[in-house]
Structures are given as C-alpha cells and as structure tokens.
Design a binder for this molecule. Structure first.
Ligand SMILES: [Zn+2]
Length: 677
C-alpha cells in the first residue's frame, strides 16, 4: 500500500513535468511518421515497418560503417565539442594543465598533419631504440616501461576492484596483445577467415615499410607469433563466464609456476610490490607466456614489440600510416569507404584520452538540469515497474525474489556527469607531437590506475565521459549510469509524448537495470560482490529460459543472401536479455503513466502501438556487410534489426498491441518464447 502511494507520487511528477513542457509547444511530438514504411506488415517485419522509409533515405555515409540514431546524436554532440576544441586550440598561452591547454594543444597536434608528415616516426624513435636494446636481462624492466607508455602486451596488468571484496583494489593479470579482434580469427578455416589473415599479413608488411623499419617477412612472422600466443587464450564467449576469469593465486605460486619471467623485477619496475595474491584471468595463457619467454628467440620478441608499437601508434604518426591503418581496420574489417573528417577522428581519439576534460566542457555548454530531473523521475518509475515485475515472476522462488528485490532497490544512480571531475592537470600535453601526447596520456592513465592501489575504492568514478551517447551498468558497484550525452532527442525529448520517451530513454534505462540481472550481472549481489544469491533450482530455471534466447538469436543472419554469417546467441546473450527485460519494464512503467488518462489514437495508432514504433525507431540503422560480419564475431550487441525484431517477437504485450497471431513471423512459437524478467 505504502509502496503504491510512492509510485503514484513519482508518476504524477513525471506527468505534470511533461504537461508543463507541452504547454509551450502546440502539441507533443510523437513517433517519426515519415520514417515508417506502412507497406510492410508490422506482423512480418516490425523493424522495416517502423524504419523502412528512413532506411531507404539514409544510406550509410562514405566515412561510416553503419548509421543510425546514435550516430545522429553523436554528430550533434560533436558539433558542440568541435567549437570548444577550435577555440581552445587558438589559445597557445593557456595555463599549463588547464582544460583549455590540455584539449587545445592536443587538438592542435592531431590536426597538424603537415608536421606529422615531416616528423615521420621520429616521435617513436626512442621507443624503437628501447626495443633494439632489449635483452634477456632487461626484459622485465623493458616490459614495465612498455606497459606504462605504449600498451598492455603480451599480457595486461591492471588494478581493479577485487570482485569478491569490492571495497579493495586487487592486482590482475590477463591475456592481451593480438592484432586481430579475437582469438578465433587465427584459427577459423572458412574462406573469409583465411582471406582476413592474408590481408592482415599484407597490412603488417605495409606498415613496417611505411615506418621504414626493415624486417623481412614481418607480416608472416607476426601472424605466426600471434597465432602461437592466441592458442591458449580464451575467446570472447569463454570470457563471458566470470567464474572462469576469477582465479586468485598466491604471488609466491606465480613466481614458482611461471619462473621464466622475473616477476619481482617486473612489479618493482611497475611500482607495486605490496601484495601477496594476484587475480589471474587466464592462467592457461599466462603459462603459455611463460613458455614463450623461454622458447621464442629474442629477435622474434623484438619484432613483436615493434609491431605492437607501430600498430598502437599508427593513427598518431604520418598521414600515410594513418591511412593504411584505416584501410585494414576500418575499410577491410568494417566497410567504411573513406576516412572520417580529421576533426571527427580527433574527437574520437581525444574522447578515450582526455574524455573527462571534454565532458566537463560539453556539459557546461549543452547540459540541461531539467532533463536530468525528468530522467531521474523516469528512473524512479522504471525501478517501481521492475519491482512489481520481480514480485510477480512465476518462475522464481520467494527467497531468490527477496534477494533480487534487494538488489534492485540498491541500484546507485549516476545521471549527467560526475560529482567530481578527474583532475588531469598533471598530464603533460604539449604542441610537440600527437604521438608524444598519446604516450603522455598512456603514462598518466597508468599512474592514475596505480595510485588507486591500497586506497579505498573510489565509488564516485565514472567509466564513461559525460558527452558520450551511451549508458552503462557496472555490476561491481551495482550502479546504473546515464551520461548527459544521451539525455537528448531522439532518446529523451521533453516535447515528446510519454509513449515516445518511455519507449526510448525508458527502454535504455530499463536495459541498463536489467544488466544487473543478465547472465553476468545476476552473478553479482546487491552490494556488487561476485557472490551467488540464487537457489540452485531458480538458477537452473534462469539458465533454461536464457538458453531459449541463445537458440533464438543463433538463427539470425544479418547479411541479406548470406546464411553463413550468423549472430552468436551466447556472445550476445547479456545484451539480448537486457533488451528484452528493459523494454518490458519500460512498457509497464508507460502503462502506469497512462492510468486515468484517455487513450487517444494518433494517425490511427494507439498509445501502445506508438510505444513500440518509437522503440523500433531508436534502433533504426543501416550497416555495411563488412561491419555486420565483424560485429557478430566481436560485439556483444546484436545487430539493430534483431534488437528490435528479436525482442518484440518474445513479447505478449507487443502481440496484443498489433494483433500478432500465432504463426506470424513477428511471433515466436509458444514453446520458444522465453520468460525471463
Ligand atoms: Zn547493454
């Protein structure tokens, strides 16, 4: 009873807020009517029914490998950021370490292609010299320096919360260091995989030539070395099982078992020595690394590190190297036809290096506190709807339900931007060179990570810059995070009707919440600990239901006329669960918002129908075949078509709204309909 009063109160807050916005404009906006193709039946292919005309009229731009809502919003955000960067880069007297200096000088260097052409590989020459000076004796100190300055290879070291004790940071070691996106690329024997490896060899050879680093058969040798290392790595699907990744080992045992490498020397060069256990994510791979240290000739290691260096720094060096890097990774692997404009690439690169500084500048210009308030109220409504769904679940026992509800009630919310921005003033950015700046960022980020060790866990930290058009759930802190970048049309529009906002930002919010209950998230408890809270029976039922979803998505083929390229139901399971559960709770929260209101049709569509159309439209998109082929092998998200059609064909609420009957393509047969959240 008490709970219902609370629900009614927050629901009212949203309604009056939306009403207020509506008074300004004549009428609230609804779905994109022009984007639809009503010649397609919603019972046959809802994705094309909702988006068919948009798809016809919006081919993928030459510089892109896919195009959709997320890109459109990102483009708008980029325009704002571009102005900030242009202004900052004109100022060459800004105080060292200030936001203006950091982003201004960084942007200046990236855009100065003439200087990059003249510099050639000079900015990485000292790193190449270090590799030439590599010996069996200095391997450990070399590697520590390489990890700090260039990247994690051939294994990664990190400081991260201990999954089983998330109040403290732990030392982690794990696999790293392949030039192709996943282990499987090295072993699959189908025609395309064989071709990809041949193209990769060619690419490596070209890059060595462009870098003017002499090495005969570099490509072939690199492929052989990486294949050898990849043999004992885990593939992406295996890595979804957290329990396989959590292997806490006594440091003394590591030193004993993998003794071809002097771990004491390595860790003291890294600067962390005060620990007695390490969480090893892939022990089998670390054993392989230990063997390779002994068996692989030093000359091969040198070649390998040169490739790792060139590959990691490619886009920061000469325009020719940047072009060749694009030709393989973006053109061949993802189907883009030409490079994005320089300033757009600069923003992408800077987002991963000085994202916090850019995010702060972005929200100062573009963030609306009203949007944050309204989204906060929507999160309240979604959370209430999830609570009611959990209560009503028929397959789950009361004891597990209690735990699930506790977890749901314990979500931490982060909306808009961090309470405290990261202080990056000690980052040494200059106008010397793009590559030097990139390495300075690497060192700064590494130190930032090291500084955490031994301190209490920082729960205010954000894992995504504020201007990003995205959102996330972090199971280790049981938190849902929505950056300012996504709090705008078409995801959230204060001038749009509820059906639209619930279906869009509502489904995004629901999606992130359900990540707390997907096949990975469900293994973490209310406090974020990697700890089982399920009864054995309930867990089995959960696995049986999610198994149905795996089978469903395994059938999907995203490239027209190609039955070989299939969605991987296991790789995408977590995202598919989140899409399905997220839309379901968004729907029920929307239903609640309709209570006491007259249901009006617009253009002949009911509020429920408009809700589903609005959802379908958030995932509108076109993608190149090459992109889809790479996506299904590497991306845990299903192609957008199936994020819509796959989700809806499990939803009785959708069947009712569009009168979809048993036997229609948009309705899974009864025995294949999963019931999860
Ligand atoms: Zn997700």
């Amino acid at each position: 009873m008490k709970k219902n009063v609370i629900v009614a109160a927050v629901a009212a807050a949203v309604l009056s807020a939306c009403g207020g916005a509506g008074e300004k404009s004549e009428k609230l906006s609804s779905v994109d009517w022009n984007g639809m193709d009503t010649t397609v039946s919603p019972k046959e292919d809802f994705y094309r029914f909702a988006n068919g005309n948009w798809m016809k009229n919006n081919p993928v731009p030459e510089s892109e490998s896919r195009w959709g809502s997320f890109n459109e919003v990102k483009d708008r955000n980029n325009d704002i950021i571009k102005e900030i960067l242009n202004e900052a880069s004109k100022n060459d007297t800004a105080e060292k370490g200030s936001a203006t200096q950091l982003v201004g000088d960084y942007y200046y260097c990236i855009m100065d292609k003439e200087k990059r052409a003249v510099d050639g590989i000079a900015p990485i020459q000292s790193q190449l010299d270090k590799i030439d000076g590599l010996t069996k004796e200095n391997l450990e100190t070399f590697l520590a320096d390489f990890h700090k300055t260039v990247g994690s290879t051939p294994f990664g070291f990190s400081i991260f919360e201990d999954l089983k004790d998330n109040e403290v940071y732990a030392v982690y070691l794990g696999q790293h260091g392949l030039g192709l996106p996943d282990k499987e690329y090295y072993f699959k024997q189908d025609e395309k995989s064989v071709e990809t490896r041949a193209k990769y060899v060619e690419h490596v050879d070209k890059m060595f030539a462009l870098a003017n680093v002499n090495s005969k058969d570099a490509g072939k040798k690199i492929l052989a070395i990486e294949t050898e290392l990849a043999g004992d790595m885990m593939n992406r699907v295996e890595q979804r099982d957290i329990s396989k990744l959590y292997n806490k080992m006594a440091y003394a045992d590591i030193k004993k078992q993998w003794n071809n490498f002097n771990w004491d020397k390595y860790f003291s060069a890294i600067g962390v020595t005060d620990f007695d256990s390490v969480i090893v994510m892939q022990p089998k791979y670390m054993a392989k690394f230990n063997k390779a240290i002994k068996n692989m000739p030093l000359s091969d290691w040198k070649l390998y590190f040169k490739w790792e260096l060139i590959n990691a720094m490619a886009s920061t060096l000469t325009p020719e190297m940047e072009q060749q890097n694009f030709a393989f990774y973006s053109q061949y692997m993802r189907g883009a036809k030409e490079m994005k404009e320089d300033w757009k690439r600069a923003i992408d690169a800077m987002t991963s290096s000085v994202g916090d500084v850019m995010g702060k500048a972005f929200v100062e210009k573009a963030f609306s506190p009203e949007a944050k308030e309204k989204i906060n109220a929507l999160v309240d409504n979604l959370q209430a709807a999830l609570g009611e769904r959990l209560e009503q679940l028929e397959w789950m026992s009361d004891s597990t339900k209690l735990q699930a509800k506790e977890k749901m009630a314990s979500f931490t919310r982060k909306l808009g931007y961090p309470d405290e921005w990261k202080d990056m003033s000690s980052l040494n950015i200059s106008r010397e060179s793009y590559a030097a700046n990139k390495m300075a960022v690497n060192q700064w980020q590494f130190k930032d990570m090291l500084d955490k060790y031994g301190k209490p866990v920082d729960k205010t930290e954000w894992g995504m810059p504020a201007h990003m058009v995205n959102a996330y759930y972090n199971p280790i802190q049981n938190e849902i995070v929505f950056p300012a970048g996504i709090m705008q049309p078409p995801f959230f529009d204060p001038n749009a009707e509820d059906a639209v906002n619930y279906a869009r930002i509502g489904a995004v919010i629901g999606h992130e919440m359900i990540h707390g209950f997907d096949d990975q998230g469900a293994r973490f408890d209310a406090t974020g600990l990697f700890k089982n809270w399920w009864t054995k029976e309930d867990l089995e039922k959960f696995k049986a239901q999610t198994g149905i979803l795996v089978e469903q998505y395994n059938q999907y083929t995203p490239i027209e006329g190609n039955d070989e390229v299939k969605v991987n139901g296991e790789l995408t399971l977590g995202e598919n669960i989140a899409d399905f559960g997220g839309l379901t709770i968004a729907y029920y929260a929307f239903q609640k918002s309709l209570e006491g209101k007259k249901e009006e049709e617009i253009n002949g569509f009911t509020p429920e129908q408009r809700f589903f159309i609005a959802f379908g439209q958030i995932w509108k998109g076109n993608a190149r075949d090459e992109y889809l082929r790479t996506q299904v092998q590497t991306d845990p998200h299903s192609p957008t078509e199936f994020r819509v059609n796959g989700t809806l064909s499990n939803m009785p609420e959708f069947f009712a709204a569009f009168n979809v009957e048993e036997g229609d393509p948009m309705r899974q047969p009864a025995e294949k309909i999963a019931t999860i959240w």
